[in-house]
Write a protein that binds this ligand. Sequence first.
Ligand code: PGA
Length: 244
Amino acid sequence: MNLFVANWKMNLGGRKSLQLAEELIDSLPEPLPGEVVLCPPATALFMVGEKLKGTPLQLGCQNIYHEEKGAYTGEISPSFVKEAGALYVMVGHSERRHYFQEGGQLLARKIKVALQWGLQPILCVGENLEERETNRAWPRVKEQITEALVGFEEGELKDLVVAYEPVWAIGTGHSAQPADVQEMVYFIREELVNLRGLRILYGGSVKGDNIKDFMELPDIEGVLVGGASLDAREFSRIVNWEKN
Ligand code: PGA
């Protein structure tokens, strides 16, 4: 099933998150043409989770810590995320890799703990502009995926989702070329992960005007949306892409 993930990043507090969740509940098409996951900031997670109960929308978290509890000031326990009603968690978003130096083994641990708590990990990967321009996009993505999935048995990863998000396309208004996305995503599916039923998303400046280009790619089963998910009308257009 197609997956539409709204990553609100650090843009909305509790009240505004709740308001946007309400607007989306009212404006999204019924029945939903796929799974829709809202990822508010952690402080709004519980409230938005309560609001989504009884609706077909799902809750996701933007990040988790790899331990369940203890003296980890400021961190987000997977058990709290689960308690808030989340089904998904993003792991290794490029902003976490860049600003918080996340990568490698740490992400494997996050994926492990997410799966232990019944949270479906959305592993984000993608090359930066320099890597793209110097033909190092493929080895970079390969490295990110192999590091994050090291030590897992195939059966453990049945709930894994991978989001391919070229860093240079995130928040810039310049989405990647669909043909390049297809090539990379095919490489991820066939060469790197090779799991039956794996869902791969595209992310990076997705909006109502370009969603079709990505959803029509043979190996893409959804999108991870930042900026355009902050506007209920625009995000509804994205979810409803087949009718637009
Ligand atoms: P964007 O963000 O849609 O604003 O480019 C995507 C993301 O960071 O996941």
